[in-house]
Structure formats: structure tokens, C-alpha cells
Design a protein around this ligand. Sequence first.
Ligand code: APR
Length: 232
Amino acid sequence: MRTMKKLVVLTGAGISAESGLKTFRDSNGLWEDHRVEDVATPEAWQRNPDMVQRFYNARRKAAAEAKPNLAHKTLANLERYFNVKVITQNVDDLHERGGSSSVLHLHGRLRNVSSEKNADLIYDIGHKEIYMGDLAEDGFQLRPDIVWFGEPVPMIEPAIEICEKADLFMVVGTSLQVYPAAGLIHYCRPGIPIFLVDRKLPGVNLPSNIVFHEGAAAEVLPSIFGILKELT
Ligand code: APR
């Protein structure tokens, strides 16, 4: 049997937009009426942990109520033709619920919370809320298991290894503003086909061989399914 080609897909907030989850940089730099620095940094957690918990409780609830859209489902369907590896910056679980079997979360997961002192002590709480005073088994405060701005990105090394082995690469719904995630595209072998799906072309340096498909991910991905299939 012929081994399947590896299709690596880097996704961002845009792929979940049609599921009703807001992207980060589309509304005057505000995210659900908050400045990112007020909710998604270690400093915010030190200054106002109650507010940070409330913010993520609300995000967790919104993600639990959202449903995977045709973009998530199309990536899952592509597993019939490719060895598909999804690398997502998203903290929702819509790729998994859409049927994708290999999903690496670069920036953590809303469903997970961890001990403030031991990042390896992780609990899957589903759609539940957590508050200050809720403790991990080691006695320390539980926090959202989210990679905040200024924190290391432990999953970047495995993500780089996946990108280096890609036969095809696709970027969906990310402004490519946030590193190290945005740099992953530069780890692909030179010359492999690279597709970019977004409502607008990100204003950053991109490899010259990129093929840009403009539009909403839930419309574009099903429409290029046939083109992708031809590349098996
Ligand atoms: N279909 C496709 N693309 C879309 C859609 C859609 N329906 N709606 C918006 N987009 C695109 C926007 O044009 C933009 O390029 O999705 C991208 C969203 O960009 P950001 O809001 O910057 O989100 P993302 O790139 O995922 O952010 C990266 O930054 O805030 C941090 O850690 C957080 O993971 C996040 C990271």
C-alpha cells in the first residue's frame, strides 16, 4: 500500500469564526471587549485573577456551545486522502469535535486547567467553570491551561518537527502576527505546495509559492476539496 502524503494545516481563530467564536484582532484590538493584556498575560493573572478566571469561564462556555463548521469537517474528511496533522493556535476543541484525529494545540486548551505551580498537573474539566480557591492536588490554585503572552510555548518543538515533514502545507484563518506560531510556515521544505485560506491576505512576509484562496474558511475549504484530492 502506498503511504499517504502528509498534509499539515496551521489554523487560527478565523477557522472558528463561522462557528460563532470571535477572532482576536478584528475589532479594534479588543477581544470580547477586553484588551488582550488585561486577560491573557501572566501580569493580568497576578493583578486580577478573578477577572481572568471569569473571562476564561465565559470563553469555555462559548466554545462548548459552538459547533464545528464545514471548515473543521472538511479537514477531517481529508483524512481519507492524506495523513492530516492539524496544528492549531485555537484553544477551542472544534477540530476534535469536527472529527480530526491529530490536533496539536500550540496555545493550550480551554477544557484544560492546570496547577499554578506545576504545569504538568493538568485536568480536563470539559465546559465547567473554575474560580479562585479551586485547587489542584498539589494544593496550588488551578488556572486555565492557556499559553499567555510572554509565556513559553512548549509545543513549538513538536510542531516544528511536524512542519519539517510536510508534503503539503495549508494555513487557515490566522493573521500570522503571533510568534513562534507564525514562523512555522518557514520550516516547510522549500517548494512544497502551500495553500493559504483567509478573508484577507495577511500583511506579512510569505513564501513566494503560496496559493491564496480568499474567503470564509467554511466556504473555501469545501470548494477546494477537489483540488486538494488531486494532489494525493
Ligand atoms: N474564514 C477565514 N479566515 C477568517 C475568517 C473566516 N470566516 N474570519 C476572519 N478570518 C481571518 C482574519 O482575516 C485573520 O487573518 O482570521 C484571522 C484571525 O486572526 P487573529 O484574530 O489574529 O487570530 P490568530 O491568528 O489565530 O491569533 C493568534 O494570538 O491572541 C493570540 O493566542 C492567541 O492563538 C491566538 C494568537
